[in-house]
Design a protein around this ligand. Structure first.
Ligand code: BES
Ligand code: ZN
Length: 584
């Protein structure tokens, strides 16, 4: 199939394309490098004389085409995009072998030192090229086998069929025989153990977390079953989850067969497992049907938030799902206000135009939550039964293919949405217009509405701390209460709340995050030790960036800089990139 032009790759996959990779690598913790040989099977589609790979910071020592050394060119490093590796080929060339070493600064990789060191990769959106030369565009899919050597005693895991125990000599082999895009290439190495959950599900974590992880994620099998019932078979074999070090810059990453997750979702009460539903949902939306370029990112994330909600509803009931939807709306409203006032208000469109910019710029709540509400509106307009049948056949018809916004809309009009419904929905405004159309579905969470009412009564002094049903509130209710403090709430009120409910000591990281953000805004300094502890141990960008941002906004730059000086060496490049920008 002819692929769309992707401004974030040097490669020209419509001319010559990679099909399969044999990756042979050695992981070196002493030098923070991976030395590897990548042997690609290629297809020359047009008889071109060159195949182009994306690379960034790689030291390439040798390139062979069909076992014969060739001389290649490597273009100068371009911001975000890296360098084009151009390899001369012939009409019938079969394979390209690239011998290389990664840079210690490879942006995808985070090396956590210690007597039990840890390494993990984060390839999405365009960082795979910093650890594997590849055609780094979401439309290019490859199968791969790998052989990875790591220090004895550590386990290696990939987005592939994985081991469940430590190998005696530190050598592991991997097989991924379903074609995946490069942004789903993943590797982790560490002192981890495996625990089964169901017959196709399990968790990996360091020994001190394995028990807690197995308890926290014990509903994983039920989630897979619920997802399959909705949108068809889970095609990837096993679904396992790896708990990463707290420096992981995201909540989760949908690496095929093995979701990578932050430990900050282990709350002890399964309250944050919607993240697992989300990453699992990507096994259909994203991993099976993949956004054509990063301009169509909402097709990955909007569908996934919608599907996540449906899984949560199926496993935990409607009220819990509606609370989450209500919090999505809260986040979306904040993001809309922020982006609308920024230099790029057009980023509030679902269909993005990211050429010349980092794809990261488009990875906002718009794709996630405006995308979610758009799909929910279609569901509510067409009816759930019809919508479900449509989605199921959409995934099945396009599996292992790319999708762009225009083709999706075409398919939608041909199979679900009538002209009459289209007038009601106003597809044009949702997809190509800025902001949130007025017909956005209304979320009705009675529980969160009660919380809002109590907060207002409490702010007016009509309700005392001890009258708040804090102990019986879910995390969503607590988060709602804290994150909506009005201007009028002052540090001394936070102090009495803290004394009553020990909020600064909560084990729920979402609640803690909301609390710390308010502490900064209200100058509630007794929480600043906790703030520093949090920022120097957790690298999840969604938490970290708003906290630094709040310090900047409230003229506490020296505090921000002094905490960041300690924290920065432990953060992943993704988080460093964002915070450097905030504090410059
Ligand atoms: N695929 C994303 C993470 C991602 C997006 C990485 C863009 C790099 C670029 C993942 O599925 C995700 O959305 N994670 C969210 C959690 C989710 C519950 C909204 C996160 O990490 O916060
Ligand atoms: Zn996602």
């Amino acid at each position: 199939m002819k692929l769309a032009r992707d401004p974030h790759t040097w490669s020209k996959p419509n001319e010559a394309r990679v099909k399969h990779l044999e990756w042979n690598a050695e992981v070196n913790f002493a030098t923070h490098t991976i030395a590897a040989v990548a042997l690609y099977t290629i297809e020359n589609l047009t008889g071109t004389d060159t195949i182009i790979f994306d690379t960034k910071g790689l030291s390439i020592s040798e390139v062979l085409v069909d076992d014969v050394p060739v001389s290649v060119t490597i273009s100068p490093d371009k911001a975000y995009i890296g360098s084009a590796l151009s390899v001369p080929i012939q009409k019938n060339s079969k394979d390209v072998m690239i011998t290389y070493t990664t840079s210690p600064d490879a942006e995808a990789l985070l090396w956590v030192d210690g007597d039990k060191p840890f390494l993990f990769s984060q390839s999405q959106a365009i960082l795979a090229r910093t650890w594997v030369p590849c055609q780094d565009s979401p439309g290019v899919r490859i199968t791969y086998n790998a052989r990875v050597k790591v220090p004895q005693g550590l386990m290696a895991l990939m987005s592939a069929e994985n081991p469940q125990s430590v190998s005696a000599d530190g050598t592991y082999t991997f097989k991924m025989d379903q074609p995946i895009p490069s942004y789903l290439m993943a590797l982790a190495v560490g002192d981890v153990q495996f625990r089964p959950i169901g017959d196709r599900t399990g968790v990996y974590a360091i020994p001190s977390l394995i028990e807690a992880a197995a308890n926290e994620f014990s509903d994983m099998q039920a989630m897979v079953d619920a997802a399959e019932k909705l949108y068809g078979p889970y095609v990837w074999g096993r679904y396992d989850l790896l708990v990463l070090p707290p420096a992981f810059p995201f909540g989760g990453m949908e690496n095929p067969k093995l979701t990578f997750a932050t430990p900050t979702i282990i709350a002890g009460d399964k309250s944050l497992v919607s993240l697992v539903a989300h990453e699992l949902a990507h096994s259909w939306s994203g991993n099976l049907v993949t956004n054509s370029t990063w301009d169509d990112f909402w097709l990955n994330e909007g569908f996934t938030v919608y599907f996540e909600q449906r899984i949560m509803e199926a496993v935990y009931g409607r009220e819990r799902a509606e609370m989450l939807a209500q919090l999505s709306r809260q986040d979306l409203d904040a993001t809309l206000a922020e982006i609308s006032a920024s230099a790029h208000p057009e980023d509030t469109r679902l269909k993005l135009a990211l050429e010349g910019r980092s794809p990261d710029d488009g990875m906002t709540d718009i794709a996630y939550n405006k995308g979610y509400f758009f799909l929910r509106l279609i569901e509510e307009t067409a009816g759930r039964d019809k919508f479900d049948a449509f989605i199921k056949s959409y995934f099945n018809t396009h599996k292992f293919q790319v999708m762009d916004t225009e083709r999706f809309l075409e398919y939608l009009r041909a199979n679900l949405v009538t002209p009459e419904m289209e007038r009601q929905i106003n597809i044009q405004a949702w997809v190509y217009g800025e902001g949130l159309p007025a017909n956005a579905p209304v979320v009705q969470s009675n529980e969160l509405q009660k919380v809002d009412e109590m907060r207002m009564a409490w702010e007016k002094g009509e309700m005392k701390n001890e009258q708040l049903p804090w102990a019986s509130w879910s995390y969503q209710e607590r988060y709602r209460f804290i994150s909506n403090f009005s201007e009028a709430v002052a540090a001394n009120q936070m102090k009495t709340l803290d004394a009553q409910f020990e909020i600064s000591a909560t084990g729920n990281n979402e609640v803690l995050f909301a609390w710390l953000e308010q502490a900064i805004r209200k100058n509630y300094t007794p929480a600043y030790d906790e703030l520093e502890k949090f920022l120097t141990s957790v690298g999840r960008r969604k938490f970290v960036a708003p906290l630094y941002e709040a310090m900047v906004a409230t003229n506490q730059m020296p505090l921000a800089k002094s905490i960041y000086a300690k924290a920065r060496p432990g953060y992943h490049a993704v988080t460093v990139g964002t915070v450097d920008e905030l504090l410059k």
